[in-house]
Design a protein around this ligand. Sequence first.
Ligand SMILES: Nc1ncnc2c1ncn2[C@@H]1O[C@H](COP(=O)(O)OP(=O)(O)O)[C@@H](O)[C@H]1O
Ligand SMILES: [Mg+2]
Length: 269
Amino acid sequence: MIDDGEEIPLLGGDVTVGLVRVGDTVRRPPGERDELVRDVLRHLESVGFTGAPRFLGVDSAGRQTLSYIEGEVAGRPWPEWIADEERMISIARLIRAYHNAVESFGIPTNLPAPIEPAGLPDLADPPELVGHQDITPENVVFRDGRAYALIDFDLLRPVSRARELVNLMLWWGPFGADDDLDPLMRGLDQPRRCRLIADTYDLALEDRKRLMELAIGLNERAWHTMKYRAETLGGGWQRMWSEGIGDTIKHRQVWLEANADSLTTALIS
Ligand SMILES: Nc1ncnc2c1ncn2[C@@H]1O[C@H](COP(=O)(O)OP(=O)(O)O)[C@@H](O)[C@H]1O
Ligand SMILES: [Mg+2]
């Protein structure tokens, strides 16, 4: 059994209520995919991947206990360095390393169904590995100005590499019109940045060609999924919905459609 100690709330995440730090550990209340998270974190440890917390067990309160990773994490408001190109490149490098490490875990079967509405259109995008799928600024730990570790594996799921890169570009490209982006993320050359991400990751040409179509399909699904999660799960999902994330996703759809060609050109040329 894991010892209890002084609990320091960890703020700044999006949805997890009751997340605390105890000494050099983090305690997470049960989440959607606990068994998968446990198994993947153990796998990452077994292959010597250092860019993720260690799974240390379950504490007396039934919470997932993970190692606390020292470093710098962006909270809101985001720090000045949020748009730094070298940092962005280092995240693409970290995602590549994570994929190299997680690939041998394989694609688990018998996973609980994801919490999403029935009847979403099929994207015809077969999974290749277990992706992180939530590569937000708040979920990357930096050391010495470089991405050092991923945290918050709550949205792990089998995905294609292209789909994971869509998630990475969504946050770090980022995808969206200046008016809809954080002021620190405005005026960036998104095609150039997405190209740098794809090159650093070494994304295959076939994936580059279909990436924007996939991004558009996923964004459309995201609107339905976020709405459904707000209605069925409440909590942080409901808060994000009432703060207007649905409109943000709709605006992003317009931007993606208007910019798909120039982004694809940058990715493949
Ligand atoms: N293992 C960890 N090591 C270091 N910091 C962490 C760790 N887990 C969480 N945090 C901190 O707590 C914040 C919220 O945690 P997170 O797991 O992302 O929760 P949420 O599901 O709410 O997004 C993170 O942005 C980070 O600052
Ligand atoms: Mg988080």
